[in-house]
Design a protein around this ligand. Sequence first.
Ligand SMILES: C[S@@+](CC[C@H](N)C(=O)[O-])C[C@H]1O[C@@H](n2cnc3c(N)ncnc32)[C@H](O)[C@@H]1O
Length: 299
Amino acid sequence: MHMHKWGSSGSHKTKPQLLSLNCIATHAIGVETFANQSGMTSREYEKSRFAVPHHILRSEVIYGEGFQSPGGIGAFQQIVLPQLSPSAGERVLEIGSGLGGAAFHLVAQYEVEVVGVDTAETMISIASDRRPRLDPSGRSRFVHGDVFLDALKPASFDAIFCQDTLMYEADKPTVLARCMELLKPGGRLVINDFCEGQSTLEFVKYAEVSGIYPVTIPVYARMATSAGFVDVAARDISTETVEHLRRDLHTYLERAEEDAKIDSADKEHVVDRWRRKIGLLEAGALAQGLIRASKSDKI
Ligand SMILES: C[S@@+](CC[C@H](N)C(=O)[O-])C[C@H]1O[C@@H](n2cnc3c(N)ncnc32)[C@H](O)[C@@H]1O
């Protein structure tokens, strides 16, 4: 098996656990409080999160324009881009393209063609509405659906990437096999995803309520290798993600002070989510993984 680890962080695992787990418990209670105010259970709210424009746009305020993942454009440039190394004229597939922030950046700065697929129709519709303004070149396209769409042709992409999306997929091996099929020989795969850390009761509850199916970073890497990928490299980037989440929260709180459109229920909810994610990452219960792999050019 070709599995490399590059760099090493994981220092979050050495932080005191008891304090962090207390934080998680407090924040879990916060989520229930919000859920009651909105008249939905936590699970119902999580399911609606990518379908309701208000929820999506509320998250965009904290993530930054075009994004629904920690650190927004800065994190994309710092973490995913160096692994993706796009070149002009390439075809790139983004799984879970959300509001299209990464796709718009790629077409504008690297002159690649990007197809974004997303299972949330609302995300696709918002991204498509922004296309005339953010992609005058017309090199981006957003399609409602998942990686198994028939419109996606085998061996037609130079690179595939996804950010904070595959955690929602229960059957990761099948998705990875499909990525293998869609890539041209020598194509690149980059996955930035929330992963399982040291499993705790709080983590299991968090995963259940959030509707996510996280696996550990080594398991992710093994799944990529089993799907036939070569040069598989996996790295724990939880420390960087905690920094991004802290920065997001700081910027958001400053903005909430000045922006009358951010009401107190929204603020309470967003702040609670962020503190809970930071708590889980610091406790080592949740981890952020960066997995990079290639399709052999001999296929
Ligand atoms: C946390 S958001 C991240 C969006 C975007 N990648 C970003 O970084 O801003 C996850 C997105 O993945 C989409 N999604 C979830 N499961 C999916 C799947 N199996 N295939 C395609 N999209 C999916 C959701 O609808 C949502 O838009």
